[in-house]
Design a protein around this ligand. Structure first.
Ligand SMILES: *[C@@H]1O[C@H](CO)[C@@H](O)[C@H](O)[C@H]1NC(C)=O
Length: 327
């Protein structure tokens, strides 16, 4: 009887568990044939965070929800008056507070823009971060931003520049406003969003909300577009164990999702879950939910990357579209 139960348990083990057990034995997991140590293998897993796993049904990815709702917040961040975008495309959302602060402690003045908003119809609070101004020159800027890493509580390290940029905005007014909104609307879910550097800041912001106890992770929907690598493996591990709803959307060859490189002493590593649109992202185009966290999978299998794809999401240059008030 015991043997039988044991047999059932083994049968019931998810692929992810079998994969981590395999790695724990010092072998590699072969996705292609779902077997431990099998070679040659087309898709090999050597890091536990890459053991194939997808969000559960309750936290499934919904293209229409992203395209028609959440994406409006990303676009609105490219307008100094984000309400223009909401009034045009999602009028129930009301901007509460905008913050525009110098967020570079070292270099020349760089302005970071973010905002809070609330929606009493959808019962949502939004916390959104803009990318670099104009969304251009991303690669150079993001690489320049690398001034080292900084411990993120007891959960690994994140880029110091992104962490500081978050704290400048947080202490510059977003914290006070979010606390007020939470007091008024304690049950609302929170969308934490951002594009490019704003995506990295959003990832840190969502993590910060949880670490400081302001929100539990199940209240948060983290959605980033073209997010650069933000932290190290330990940070990604904590993130993936913490957030049930976290999507990193990547448009086709968007270069920002692949910088700074993963290799090297800093061991930068993306957290889950990459959603890869290997197309122009117009309505009806397919996408891949990437079962691995970071490595030569999904969008990283492409041989060349594009800066233009970085500002085109869901079928439009949304940096320009947002700046025009989302007409
Ligand atoms: C997007 O891609 C589809 C499929 O290849 C194509 O039919 C469509 O014309 C493209 N749209 C734009 C705006 O490029």
């Amino acid at each position: 009887m015991l043997k039988f139960v044991g047999f059932l348990l083994i049968l019931g083990l998810a692929t992810a568990d079998k994969c981590s057990d395999c790695l724990a034995q010092g072998k590699h997991w072969c996705v292609t044939v779902n077997a431990c140590g099998f070679s040659p293998c087309v898709t090999t897993i050597t890091k536990a965070l890459n053991c194939p796993e997808l969000p559960d049904k309750a936290h499934a990815y919904d293209d229409g929800f992203m395209r028609n709702k959440v994406f409006i917040t990303h676009s609105a961040a490219y307008n100094m008056d984000p309400q223009k975008c909401f009034t045009s495309k999602m009028p129930t959302m009301k901007v509460s507070k905008t913050v525009n602060v110098n967020c570079d402690r070292y270099g020349p003045k760089a302005m970071c823009f973010g905002f809070t908003a609330y929606d009493t119809t959808q019962k949502v609070i939004a916390l959104t971060f803009r990318g670099t101004e104009g969304g251009t020159q991303l690669t150079e800027e993001i690489l320049d931003f690398f001034h080292g890493k900084k411990a993120f509580f007891d959960s690994g390290n994140v880029f110091e520049y992104f962490y500081d940029a978050f704290l400048f905005q947080w202490n510059g007014g977003l914290q006070q406003d979010l606390r007020n909104l939470k007091y008024k609307y304690p049950d609302y879910e929170v969308w934490v969003t951002g594009h490019s550097m704003g995506g990295a800041i959003a990832s840190i912001a969502a993590s910060y909300l949880v670490k400081t106890g302001l929100y539990t992770a199940d209240k948060i929907k983290l959605v980033t577009l073209g997010q650069p690598r933000t932290g190290d493996y330990a940070f990604a591990a904590w993130h993936d164990a913490t957030f049930p709803y976290s999507f990193r959307i990547v448009h086709h060859r968007d270069i920002a999702a692949h910088i700074p490189p993963m290799e090297g002493q800093d061991e930068l590593f993306h957290h889950r879950t990459e959603v890869w649109y290997n197309n122009n992202m117009t309505i009806g185009q397919p996408y891949t939910l990437c079962a691995e966290a970071d490595g030569l999978y999904c969008s990283a299998r492409q041989l060349d990357y594009s800066a233009e794809d970085h500002v085109w999401y869901f079928g439009r240059n949304f940096v320009d579209w947002g700046a025009a008030g989302c007409p």
